[in-house]
Structures are given as structure tokens and as C-alpha cells.
Design a protein around this ligand. Structure first.
Ligand code: CUA
Length: 218
């Protein structure tokens, strides 16, 4: 989960989030190299006196500074495309969780079982008699088995919400009148937090998502 002064991405708890972090780091390295090169060239422009009255064109340098950025972009585009298709792949999921966004809470349905559904509201930190996670804890948690493929179906009843869990690499919009699909795989037991990330009204910040990941035996 996010803690104080956490500037980076949260630690991943799923294989896909791990891949997303690798891609982020890879792209950031390329970005830093470009920034250093362009910064160096721009600073140099201010401090030189290179003048050539007969310089009208430079075919070779224009060829080079067209081809090099093209190759650089391919190095970003191909891993990005790979990741895009990996994220969309569903590998024979064990169970399906349907999550429905409302103003301002989530409700969940376990459609594989007969009539298992519940609402999930944020708990008031001050009014609770036990310690809980302020602004992130809910009264009814989602319980999912670790080390299994899980299908998530997402929709909404009123306005657009977004079902987002940073440590699991899931971020999908919940649209009224539409059913979106994604998947997740949790590779350890624990609790994982998410929040709505589509500006959905006054209490947008107060409809957290909380997943309790447990062994399938339990
Ligand atoms: Cu629901 Cu923001």
C-alpha cells in the first residue's frame, strides 16, 4: 500500500504489475538519455560561435537525426505493445468478481456462487473501536484466492467510476450501461488497497477498494 513519502510506484503484488514497473523503468531510462542529450545540445547552442556563410543544407545529419529517433521509438513501442496484449489476456479464470460502482461506494457480486453479493462502504476511522486504515478501510472486504487467475467484471449504476488497485496493476473504468472486463493474479496473501480514479462527485475520494488475499484452502 501507499505509505508516507512514497514517490515511486507501489511494490507489485502481481506478475502484470511487475511487468508494468519494468516497462516504466525502461522508458524512464530512455527519457533520461534523451533529456541529457538535448539539454547538452541546447546549452552548447548558447556558447559557440560556429558560423558558415555557405551552409545551405545537410542531407547526412538530417538523415541521422530522423533515423535515430525512429529507432528509439521502436524500442518503446514494441515492449509497450507486448504489455498491452499481456494485460488483456484472460487465462482460464478460476472465479469471477463483479464490481459495481455507485455514488459513493462499491458493491460486489460473486456470480459463481448462488446469490453472494454485498455493499462495501468506507469505515469512519474515528468512530471505529479498532484501529483501521484511515480513508482506505471498508466494512465488507473483497476476499479473493491468491495464486489464481481471477476475472473482474466492472460496471456502474450512476456515473463513471474507476476500479483501480495500483499494486495489482488494475485500472478499469466502471461505466453505466456497459460491462468491462479485466483480470488479476495476486501472488501473495495480504490486503491490497485501491481507490476510485474517475472524478465521480463529492465523495470521489471516499469509496476505497480493499482486497483480502487468502489461500484457496480457506
Ligand atoms: Cu467513484 Cu470517483
Amino acid at each position: 500500500m501507499a505509505t508516507w513519502s512514497n514517490f515511486n510506484l507501489q511494490n507489485s503484488a502481481s506478475p502484470l504489475m511487475e511487468q508494468i514497473i519494468f516497462f516504466h523503468d525502461h522508458t524512464l531510462i530512455i527519457l533520461i538519455m534523451i533529456t541529457i542529450l538535448v539539454g547538452y545540445l541546447m546549452i552548447n547552442l548558447f556558447f559557440n560561435k560556429y558560423i558558415n556563410r555557405f551552409l545551405l543544407d545537410g542531407q547526412m545529419i538530417e538523415l541521422i537525426w530522423t533515423i535515430i529517433p525512429t529507432i528509439t521509438l521502436i524500442f518503446i513501442a514494441l515492449p509497450s505493445l507486448r504489455l498491452l496484449y499481456l494485460l488483456d489476456e484472460l487465462n482460464n479464470p478460476l472465479i469471477t468478481l463483479k464490481s459495481i460502482g455507485h455514488q459513493w461506494y462499491w458493491s460486489y457480486e460473486y456470480s459463481d456462487f448462488n446469490d453472494v453479493s454485498f455493499d462495501s462502504y468506507m469505515i469512519n476511522y474515528n468512530k471505529s473501536d479498532i484501529n483501521n486504515f484511515r480513508l482506505l478501510d471498508v466494512d465488507n472486504r473483497i476476499i479473493l484466492p491468491m495464486n489464481n487467475q481471477i476475472r473482474i467484471m466492472v460496471t456502474a449504476t450512476d456515473v463513471i467510476h474507476s476500479w483501480t488497485i495500483p499494486s495489482l496493476g488494475v485500472k478499469i473504468d466502471a461505466n453505466p450501461g456497459r460491462l468491462n472486463q479485466t483480470n488479476l493474479f495476486i501472488n501473495r496473501p495480504g490486503i491490497f488497497f485501491g481507490q476510485c480514479s474517475e472524478i465521480c462527485g463529492a465523495n470521489h475520494s471516499f469509496m476505497p477498494i480493499m482486497i483480502e488475499s487468502i489461500s484457496i484452502k480457506n
